[in-house]
Design a binder for this molecule. Structure first.
Ligand SMILES: Nc1ncnc2c1ncn2[C@@H]1O[C@H](COP(=O)(O)OP(=O)(O)OP(=O)(O)O)[C@@H](O)[C@H]1O
Length: 242
């Protein structure tokens, strides 16, 4: 049996914003089907790391590959970006002008050359999976924050990305709606989707993560399975002790 190769490899990556170093020699490997969580105090570089893997930012040093494609220094076309990584941000950022179903089919219709009928059927199956099939004709203003965030998740999934990236997807939600989004993420993890998740949700990390990276001041300072990550790292990631 051959060992699995990582699907995401971040190797010695640095990223600066002017004089500020947001990532300092960061390395991380993620296996296919793994749920890689990233925790750390505010400002430690979690979002920047995700944004570099998701090609929202280019890097200054090191390398990043996703599914064998080197991506760190260049911007690929938008279709390739969405096929490689699906990104979920803290705020869902849905267009007020589009219904839920229109939101889901827009990217696959414009970026992929596939029949509309197939794309709509897939979008409906995705909505069903997150319990929102009956909201297909609703507009974002008619949805709760948790429902909107679940639409943002399936919008990314509709492009069938290799890897899903979650940047604190529940940080703007109350606990009840956060729970709905975390349940959808847990279901997604159970399907074998590779996920990289920056989060403060300790329970999610403890129960769902395959591996946890702890960031502090632009570096990864601790890494391992969730039960081995120190309690102190979690406390600090909630912005408590420094
Ligand atoms: N576009 C930018 N321009 C300038 N500085 C930035 C930019 N994006 C991030 N930074 C800075 O880089 C550092 C890391 O920020 P980042 O958002 O990655 O941290 P974080 O761990 O995700 O924080 P939080 O938990 O608050 O979201 C911070 O000092 C931040 O102010």
């Amino acid at each position: 049996m051959t060992a699995l190769s990582p699907i995401v490899v971040v190797d010695g990556v640095s990223k600066r914003f002017g004089a500020l170093t947001a990532l300092d020699d960061v390395s991380l490997s993620v296996l296919p089907g793994a749920v890689q969580c990233i925790v750390g105090p505010p400002g430690s570089g979690k979002s920047t790391l995700l944004r570099c893997i998701g090609q929202c930012e280019t890097i200054d040093a090191g390398s990043i590959t996703v599914a064998g494609e080197p991506i760190g220094h260049l911007r690929l076309d938008i279709a390739s970006q969405h096929l490689m990584t699906g990104m979920v941000f803290p705020h869902p950022d849905l267009s007020d002008q589009m219904t839920v179903l229109q939101t889901l089919i827009e990217r696959p219709l414009t970026l992929l050359k596939r029949p509309r009928r197939e794309i709509v059927a897939e979008a409906m199956a995705l909505l069903d999976r997150v319990g929102l099939a009956e909201k297909r004709d609703s507009y974002p203003s008619e949805l709760s924050g948790g429902q909107q965030q679940r639409v943002a998740i399936v919008r990314a999934l509709a492009m069938r990305p290799q890897v899903m990236l979650f940047d604190e997807p529940t940080s703007a939600l109350d606990p009840e709606h956060a729970g709905e989004v975390l349940a959808a993420m847990r279901d997604l993890a159970a399907t074998g989707m590779t996920m990289i998740v920056a989060t403060r949700e300790r329970d999610f990390v403890r129960k769902v993560a395959s591996n946890v990276a702890v960031m502090d001041r632009a570096r990864i300072v601790e890494q391992g399975p969730p039960q081995r990550v120190s309690e102190r790292a979690f406390v600090r990631s909630l912005g408590g002790e420094r």
